[in-house]
Design a protein around this ligand. Structure first.
Ligand code: HEC
Ligand code: HEC
Length: 168
């Protein structure tokens, strides 16, 4: 009986996984297209730009190196972002800052920079992050690799997605 309950709980979790991954990808995809159109020409790829220039302050706000609010800056900078774009950008920026630290803490001892790992080992197939040679679904793989929580694994998969999407 217990076993049966556990088994059906497991199936439910497994069934939800591809949907989670798809939702994440849609956000990353949308963000990426807009960043490329509006910001790329001056700032290059979003990941390195965000990790080099932005941080999260003590109050949890995203700020520049000078402590200027990015939320306020995005209202007017480079023509400004509208009310659907701004929350999307801030949400992806936050993930990029958080996973930058996460990668340094938990992955860099065994792997090179996230960008290098993505470039050498990973590939996008039908909008999913996959191992280029291993053919693994990376979203699922990271649930049991590198001591990540499920939320962290999702963030990390999103970042790999954005890095791969940005390749030219
Ligand atoms: C025409 C070039 C140009 C475009 C396009 C542009 N930026 Fe900028 N951006 C700059 C310059 C130059 C700076 C640094 C000077 C300053 O502080 O204003 C800057 C600064 C920033 C900063 C603050 C970084 C820091 O360290 O102070 C953020 C955040 C930023 N841009 C985000 C964006 C986003 C998001 C977009 C797209 C919606 C964008 N920028 C489009 C030129 C541009
Ligand atoms: C203790 C060393 C170690 C740590 C820490 C580690 N990894 Fe790994 N990782 C490996 C090894 C070894 C492999 C290759 C395993 C295999 O192919 O079976 C691997 C494989 C991978 C792959 C799949 C590559 C492919 O070709 O399928 C990804 C993605 C990955 N790691 C990401 C991460 C991330 C993200 C972190 C941090 C949260 C992390 N790893 C932490 C050792 C590590």
């Amino acid at each position: 009986m217990t076993r049966h309950i556990l088994f059906s709980a497991l199936l439910t979790v497994l069934a939800a996984l591809p949907q989670l991954a798809a939702a994440q990808s849609a956000e990353a995809l949308d963000f990426h297209a807009r960043f490329e159109e509006r910001c790329f020409s001056c700032h290059g790829h979003a990941g390195p730009f965000v990790r080099d220039h932005l941080q999260i302050d003590d109050t949890g706000a995203i700020v520049t190196e000078n402590g200027q609010s990015v939320d306020a800056l995005l209202d007017r900078h480079a023509g400004g972002l509208n009310e659907t774009e701004k929350p999307l950008f801030l949400s992806v920026f936050r993930k990029q800052i958080e996973t930058g630290g996460l990668f340094r803490d938990k992955c860099i001892i065994c792997h090179d920079r996230a960008y290098e790992l993505a470039r050498l080992k990973l590939i996008l197939r039908d909008g999913q992050v996959m191992g280029r040679y291993s053919d693994r679904d990376i979203g699922t793989f990271l649930l049991n690799h590198g001591r990540l929580t499920p939320e962290e694994a999702e963030l990390m998969t999103d970042v790999f997605f954005a890095l791969l999407q940005g390749r030219r």
